[in-house]
Design a protein around this ligand. Structure first.
Ligand code: FAD
Length: 809
């Protein structure tokens, strides 16, 4: 028994540690030798053990043997059943880089990767830009005027943005741009977004998917020299049209075409170019754009460029004034006033040098877009979502403290507290998530899967946070007007969720669909090997990948079970006594996720693509593991302030619970219930280990939002904070200061009332308290001033009857 146990232990420990197969074989052989020498096991049993060992480990270690015995046959089957990868899928796979998600996929994340990442920091010039022009721009913005009266930014705001480089954040200095970091870009959008969603979206587009990014990455020197300085100075306003009435999520199905032909252009005859026909909609900045980026399918029926007729998706730049272009009409997106509208083109002729990157980039449009979409996904939208969270944490928290019902600040009621907890906790997650991805971009990586995760997670969490904030504000959030800071953010939520690929699709198709192939250590290698035209090499590569993959699965089974049994307590991780257990749970969930991903591939095969409920849950698990990593890194980046630990605890416990829910959901819904039950036993041997954060934790998190404290300052850092005690947010901050200052006085009045020394607890009591010398004259003045500040902060706008009418010129 002891000897059998020893041999099994060697196998289990080797699998847990992922020792190479050869080393495991040598260790087992050594174990058998020891058994032969020291044990009294019968010789027939010894021989049987050696035969077993030789039967399994000799062929496994001799590649030619295992290749001919197993791999070749499996390869043939796979070649028949494995679906081919379409060109669009291949381009999506090739776009961007694999980043931290590959470690999460590995089942054994190497935390040195995370630890070695620098802090996101602003240079002096970037900080000055935020404190100077961005602050000034925010002060110029009157969101009510923009969204309800003018339906546009003021001419002064437009000009200020152009003159001060707000459209030039990413353009290199040599082209008169700012060349700021991704983190700075995120801070700028976040700050503007906290003041006006319409202004933030206006600034976002030229700095993300506008033609600027495409030109910088792929443009010819002539294109860059001409257009980039014009875009940087706002001489040209860009837009980019991909989506059309018949091609939304499935943008690759666009019916828009360009046909290579000769035509006349700007007075010149016989110019080789493209005749374009397109219909696009929902295009941001289109109504005012002077430079249109258009995606279309290029055809060359006369073979003027090559023998190939269908050349694929191609991108071109078209000047607004070109004949046949129809631009200028507007959509009205969710009561916001950023420019958005359709663009159509009928027989628009442009020369070949209008193609972004020139003829070398004909047909590469999809790959170019995939590569460049990352900025919008990773920077602009998450910055907008985080801005909403930070504003809610600061001002809904403040409002909950100043607004009283039943003689109690509403934030003290448990029902409201629950909503405040979500606001603060999720805001911490959003801030951490967007900061970490900015670091990736600043290091030069294009993390396509992580970008999609951050967009999805931040925008979904924004939706929850804004809903909670609206609930807390009640009528104060609903009644619109210049003093309402919340309702436009509420209306903006679906915009952020839909643009750059709607979230349902991002969750169910992109994150795991792309992530699995790209980030799995062996899957892509196996697929590539099967599709390798050189069959001999293909079988060899397949054999290597397959056996490494099998070892990986066995290791993840052992790891998941042991980590489940031991609650991952013995795993060596970074972090201190407060955070290391979250790192440990991340290791545990990473093993479980890696195992379950492989089980899903095995059980569902190619149909996993269509089983979006399963792949969506896998995406949830991966996303929430990213969230935990981001939160831990954020805490350390911010200086590991112990006061912030409660947010870390809440966020990690919430995310771990989400991972568990996702994994349990997958196991419950696998088509072979036995497999699901077995996985459940391996991954969660001691039932459900994670619970949602408890009420005590939630209480502490919520309380952070009800007063002034350093943690709240860090949580709400980077948004526009008005000092004007009469505007939408400034009045809440102003009233809060008074409320906090008069807290003790209110207690004094309450005690006097309870003792029967005062007849009421209402405002009338102030005079009575002064007359009875319960408070001084100065204290009375302070209470009256506080009351005025509160009344000012809780009031909502009122309109005259005629105010409702929209004047038509
Ligand atoms: C305000 C605004 C600004 C925009 N700006 C631009 C711009 O500047 N340039 C540009 O080119 N586009 C822009 N868009 C377009 C945007 O990218 C699209 O709206 C988005 O890609 C979704 O397309 P759709 O609205 O046609 O929805 P549809 O494609 O009709 O999708 C409807 C729903 O079906 C879901 N769905 C579709 N296919 C699947 C699937 N296979 N699996 C699961 N779910 C699926 C989607 O997730 C969505 O929930 C903008 C959109 C808006 C609203």
């Amino acid at each position: 028994m002891i000897w059998t146990g020893l041999l099994i232990l060697i196998i289990l420990v080797s699998a847990y540690l992922r020792l190479p197969l050869l080393l495991l074989s040598l260790l087992l052989a050594a174990g058998l030798v020891a058994l032969n020498i020291f044990s009294d096991v019968g010789s027939s049993q010894k021989i049987l053990l050696w035969i077993l060992f030789a039967a399994v480990f000799v062929p496994l270690n001799l590649k030619p043997v295992r290749l001919n015995l197993f791999s070749r046959a499996i390869y043939r089957v796979m070649k028949k059943v494995m679906p081919t990868i379409s060109q669009t899928e291949q381009e999506a796979l090739d776009a961007g880089d694999v980043w931290w998600e590959a470690e999460l996929f590995s089942g054994k994340p190497d935390f040195s990767f995370l630890q070695n990442l620098p802090k996101p920091e602003l240079s002096d010039a970037e900080q000055a830009f935020l404190d100077g022009p961005v602050e000034e721009f925010c002060e110029m913005l009157d969101d009510w005027q923009i969204t309800h009266v003018d339906y546009d930014l003021s001419p002064e705001a437009w000009q200020f943005a152009k003159d001060n480089g707000l459209f030039a954040l990413i353009i290199p200095e040599q082209y008169d741009g700012k060349d700021y970091s991704a983190y700075c870009h995120s801070q700028v959008v976040m700050k503007i977004g906290s003041r006006s969603g319409s202004a933030a979206v206006t600034v976002m587009v030229p700095n993300s998917l506008g033609p600027g990014k495409l030109l910088m990455t792929y443009g010819t020197e002539e294109q860059k020299d001409y257009y980039l300085p014009r875009l940087a100075k706002g001489i040209d306003i860009p837009c980019f049209g991909l989506t059309g009435p018949d091609a939304g999520s499935d943008a690759g199905a666009m019916p828009d075409t360009g046909v290579v032909c000769y035509g006349s252009y700007e007075g010149k005859e016989n110019v080789l170019g493209i005749r374009l026909n397109w219909a696009k909609r929902y295009i941001t900045l289109a109504p005012v754009a002077t430079l249109l980026g258009i995606a279309f399918k290029l055809k060359d029926p006369e073979h003027l460029l090559s023998e190939q007729e269908d050349r694929g998706i191609t991108l071109a730049l078209i000047k607004r004034e070109t004949k046949g272009v129809e631009v200028g009409r507007r959509h009205f997106p969710a009561n916001h006033a950023f420019m958005n509208g359709p663009i159509r083109g009928k027989d628009v002729f442009v020369p070949l040098d209008s193609i972004i990157g020139g003829v070398d980039y004909v047909g590469k449009g999809w790959a170019m877009l995939m590569e460049c979409l990352g900025d919008g996904r990773a920077i602009s939208l998450p910055a907008l979502g985080t801005a909403a969270g930070k504003m809610a944490a600061k001002y809904t928290g403040g409002y909950s403290r100043i607004r009283q019902q039943f003689h109690t600040p509403i934030g003290y009621f448990e029902g409201v507290e629950e909503a405040l907890t979500e606001i603060a906790g999720q805001t911490y997650v959003m801030d951490a998530s967007r900061s970490l991805v900015a670091v990736a971009l600043d290091s030069g990586a294009v993390p396509s899967v992580i970008s999609a995760i951050v967009k999805l997670q931040v925008m979904e969490r924004m939706r929850g946070v804004i809903n909670h904030a609206m609930d807390i504000h009640g009528g104060h959030g609903i009644c619109m007007g210049p003093h309402n800071h919340l309702c436009r953010a509420y209306q903006l939520t679906p915009v952020g969720i839909t643009v750059e690929g709607a979230n349902i699709l991002t969750r169910t198709m992109i994150i795991f669909g792309q992530g699995a192939m790209r980030s799995h250590p062996y899957l892509l290698k196996e697929v590539q090997a099967v599709h390798n035209k050189n069959q001999k090499q293909g079988i060899k590569d397949f054999d290597n990948a397959l056996f490494a993959h099998l070892g990986f699965i066995i290791s993840n089974i052992v790891r998941s079970f042991w980590l489940g049994l031991s609650f991952a307590k013995f795993v060596n991780t970074p972090g201190d006594k407060d955070t290391s257990r979250y790192y440990q749970q991340l290791v545990r969930m990473s093993s479980a996720f890696a195992l379950l991903s492989d089980i899903c591939f095995g059980v569902l095969g190619g149909s996993l693509k269509r089983r979006e409920k399963i792949s969506g849950r896998l995406a949830d698990a991966l996303s929430n593991m990213y969230v935990i990593s981001a939160v831990l890194k954020h805490y350390e980046n911010q200086g590991s302030h112990k006061q912030d630990l409660i947010l870390v605890k809440w966020a990690c416990e919430d995310a771990l619970f989400n991972v568990q829910t996702a994994l349990k959901g997958i196991m419950k819904n696998l088509p072979v219930p036995f497999v699901g039950a077995l996985c459940n036993f391996i991954i969660f041997p001691l039932t459900k280990p994670y619970q949602r954060p408890d009420d005590r934790t939630g209480h502490k998190v919520a309380r952070l939002t009800l007063s002034s404290n350093e943690t709240l300052d860090r949580l709400s850092a980077g948004v526009y904070k008005s000092n004007n005690k009469d505007n939408a947010t400034g009045r809440i901050a102003h009233a809060l200061q008074f409320v906090l200052k008069t807290n003790e006085l209110q207690h004094k009045l309450r005690d006097a009332y309870k003792q029967g020394r005062l007849l009421s607890r209402n405002r009338d009591a102030y005079i009575e308290a002064k007359e009875k010398n319960i408070i001084t004259d100065g204290e009375y003045e302070l209470l009256v001033e506080t009351d005025e500040a509160i009344q000012n902060a809780i009031k909502v706008d009122e309109f005259s009857f005629s105010g409702w009418k929209i004047e038509t010129p």
